[in-house]
Design a protein around this ligand. Structure first.
Ligand code: GLN
Ligand code: ZN
Length: 761
């Protein structure tokens, strides 16, 4: 019985690659030094999988920046602006595409399906000349072989690659990417040919777009692509790997009837319906790579349950054709539990990071082969039981309160326009009211204060004093600038989710549980292991302190339940919506305490609401329903005069606009760095709805300082579509990554623009 790993994290257990890359980018170390760190990481990963007994070990899943960018390099699809001369693509061209350079901006980056990983979007069009320009796949295969490890080279499949691309500048938006198949297949053939010559016997193509409801045209492209490659692939065994969701029935039929494919990889953690499709019909003589070990979470596998599933599958596909695998690449989980020396022992026994998952996969494969490691399995059973019955997981009061929410509506009793009238009287705001999104620059000094307080190097009094001073500075600055609705600047927060997680029950934190987000950037999501409750108020002290410093309205600042959920590792022993409802109840208590403390404007950020949208369209409505319901739960109990804001980091929500409106917020602020026509239709809906809308009037992601004229022009364009009484003026996101030297003049110009336009009304 065999075992297989779809892919593995590249960063290293202590983010070695991150530090090596950043040092290289800063000119502090050489290309050779960076290459050495990378090679050491690769070899230790291969050796580790080999020692664990994994049969199909992946190679070419390493990337300095991103595997899609690696594919762009492989295909020689470098956009002309990077001045590539056609040789083998080196660090300069590669990192220029990823990060930009002094004269040319980077390529666009976007989310990899519904994960928090971001890939570099290929820019393609009819004039792109493809050529075999990076031999990384074959080099990595040879590198592994040289240390005695036989691997399965992994390539991003040609169809997914094209479907993940965007039209290059000047190319029609309607250009069919799939029309380029005939041009990239010859390059894939060359790659395959070279791999074969190097001795490769198994090759893996990742085609995750199979799960995204491909229409018949796209399905046809898969068939064409792989029949074109058939001849080149002969003599090799081929895996097509899908992941992140169920494969739709029609796509499943197309995929499994492709003759030249030897084995199919499915995500059986997120794709529970795929299991039924397999049971219904699986092609004779083909391999099934059964992804039963979750690549996107940190929980130890329920080995007994997986074994049951696998035994059933064995009956269908045959003993020698079943391969135990991970649900997707382990890239999306943390690296190694071994470094979590401070984590509570019991909680630790419930977890498995990438290194532990490799061992789980192999243990399952051995058990199927009749060599069950009884000790390993019984330790796992004990951990599963301890997790199930642990009193720290269950809080009956919370369970009851959350269960009581189901089916109920939870909506403020008055409609939004009536509420806005009540708020206008209370808050006494001018037309085109101005505000910011929450955070002010996080200075080195601030970070030092927080770090020293955490390390108990300074006392609580000293800490409170320092934060109060900072809040005072931020309040005075906003008064000088003449902003209408103030914020306290979030100086006490390290991260908008971690800050709340640390104060809620049911959350745990790791020391090294990093997951790559993009390039060298990693996030360390909190772990939600138990029922969530709020032992005491979390933000009331700081918000009321800030309010006491000014007579202007001070916005309370909270992170919404859906965002806390989507940016955490979530428990898998109850449905996600139940956990979300529990968080919503905790935030509701906070909202009501803020109101009692005299805070009349409360912003509940839902930056990550959209990114939780499931990949399969058939699951959208259900998700949006409970996500929006959770948001409403947090604020349905406040008075009409309390103004609820929400902030979302994206503007691309025309497909979910009805859900956004259904959140029933009083004011919605959104990112709008490119004012595009699509957004206008969203605004129009907003007009009907009546809520206040604050599309960002300038881009905070860039250090550039926009002029008053430019901002006024922006606002005027918005006024052409929106009624002036609902428009708010604000930047497009929080200011924490900017410097005061940028923030002050930018806000000055923003306020000047708002004032100028007020005089013209
Ligand atoms: N209130 C948060 C801030 O200003 C919002 C951040 C975000 O939308 N990502 O930092
Ligand atoms: Zn934002």
């Amino acid at each position: 019985m065999a075992s297989h790993i779809v892919g593995y994290p590249r960063m290293g257990a202590k983010r070695e690659l991150k530090f090596a890359m950043e040092s290289f980018w800063d000119g502090k170390s050489s290309a050779e030094e960076l290459q050495k760190v990378a090679a050491d990481l690769r070899s230790s990963i291969w050796k580790q999988m080999d020692a664990a007994g994994i049969k199909y070990i992946p190679s070419n899943t390493f990337a300095y920046y991103d595997q899609v960018l690696d594919t762009t390099a492989m295909l020689g699809a470098v956009p002309a602006r990077y001045g590539w001369d056609g040789g083998e693509i080196g660090f300069d061209i590669y990192f220029s595409m990823a990060r930009g350079n002094a004269s040319v901006p980077a390529m666009e980056m976007t989310k990899w399906f519904d994960t928090n990983y971001h890939y570099i979007v290929p820019e393609l069009g009819p004039n792109v000349k493809f050529s075999y320009a990076s031999h990384k796949a074959v080099n990595e295969y040879k590198e592994a072989k040289a240390i005695g490890v036989e691997t399965v080279p992994v390539l991003v499949g040609p169809v997914s690659y094209l479907l993940l691309s965007k039209p290059a500048k000047g190319v029609e938006k309607t250009f069919s990417m799939l029309s380029l198949l005939g041009k990239i297949i010859p390059v894939y053939k060359e790659v395959i040919c070279e791999l074969k010559a190097a001795g490769v016997s198994w090759i893996q193509f990742d085609e995750p777009t199979f799960v995204t409801d491909p229409d018949s045209h796209k399905l046809q492209a898969f068939v064409e692509a792989y029949s074109e490659l058939e001849l080149s692939l002969s003599g090799m065994s081929v895996i097509i790997e899908t992941y992140f969701a169920d494969v739709p029935a029609e796509a499943y039929r197309t995929l499994t009837s492709m003759k030249c494919i030897t084995g199919f990889g499915f995500d059986l953690v997120r794709g529970t319906k795929t299991l039924d499709l397999i049971k219904d019909n699986f092609p004779k003589g083909k391999y099934l790579f059964a992804g039963v070990v979750d690549g996107r979470n940190i929980w130890a596998n329920d080995l007994a349950a997986s074994l049951c599933t696998l035994e059933e599958l064995e009956g269908i596909v045959g003993k020698d054709k079943l391969v135990v695998s991970t649900s997707c690449s382990l890239l999306h989980t943390a690296v190694d539990l071994i470094n979590e020396t401070k984590l509570d022992k019991e909680i630790k026994s419930w977890l498995a990071f990438a290194a532990q998952k490799v061992v789980e996969v192999n243990a399952l494969a051995k058990a199927l082969a009749g060599q069950k490691d009884e000790e390993f399995f019984s330790a796992n059973t004990a951990a599963q039981a301890s997790r199930k019955f642990s009193p720290r997981v269950t809080n009956e009061a919370v369970q009851k309160a959350a269960a009581a929410l189901k089916g109920s509506y939870h909506r403020r009793s008055t409609n939004v326009s009536a509420r806005l009238d009540a708020q206008k009287n209370k808050l006494n705001l001018p037309i085109l009211p101005t505000t910011t999104i929450g955070s002010f620059p996080q200075t080195i000094e601030l970070r030092r204060v927080r770090r020293e307080y955490k390390a108990k190097k300074i006392s609580e009094e000293e800490y409170i004093m320092a934060i109060k001073e900072e809040i005072n500075r931020v309040v005075k600055l906003q008064e000088e600038l003449d902003i209408d609705v103030l914020v306290h600047g979030e100086p006490e927060r390290n991260d908008m989710v971690e800050y709340f997680g640390e104060q809620l029950s049911g959350f745990a934190f790791t020391a090294n549980g990093w997951v790559q987000s993009y390039g060298s950037r990693c996030v360390k999501p909190p772990i939600i292991y138990g029922d969530v409750s709020r032992p005491k108020p979390m933000t009331v002290f700081w918000s009321s302190t800030a309010q006491s410093m000014t007579s202007r309205p001070m916005k309370g600042m909270l992170t919404g339940p859906v965002t806390i959920l989507n940016w955490s590792f979530v428990r898998n022993d109850q449905p996600r919506f139940e956990t979300c409802y529990q968080i919503a109840l905790a935030i509701k208590d906070e909202v009501e305490d803020l109101e009692k403390a005299g805070i009349n404007v409360i912003q509940i950020d839902e930056a990550a609401l959209r990114e939780g949208l499931p990949l399969r369209k058939s699951e959208h409505a259900f998700y949006l329903d409970w996500a929006v319901h959770s948001f409403r739960i947090t604020n349905c109990g406040v008075k009409d005069t309390t103004q609820i804001h929400t902030h979302m980091c994206y503007s691309n929500f025309n497909d979910i606009i009805h859900s956004i409106i259904d959140m029933d917020a009083d004011v919605i602020t959104i990112e709008n760095s490119r004012s595009d026509e699509k957004l206008l239709s969203v605004f129009r809906e907003g007009v009907k709805y009546g809520a206040g809308i604050g599309p960002g009037v300038y881009d905070i992601h860039s250090p550039r300082i926009p002029s008053t004229e430019e901002i006024a022009d922006r606002i005027n364009k918005m006024l052409a579509v929106l009624e002036s009484n609902i428009l708010w003026v604000n930047p497009d996101c929080g200011l924490k990554t900017r410097k005061y030297a940028e923030v002050k003049p930018a806000l000055q110009n923003m306020i000047a623009a708002a004032k100028l336009l007020r005089t013209q009304m």
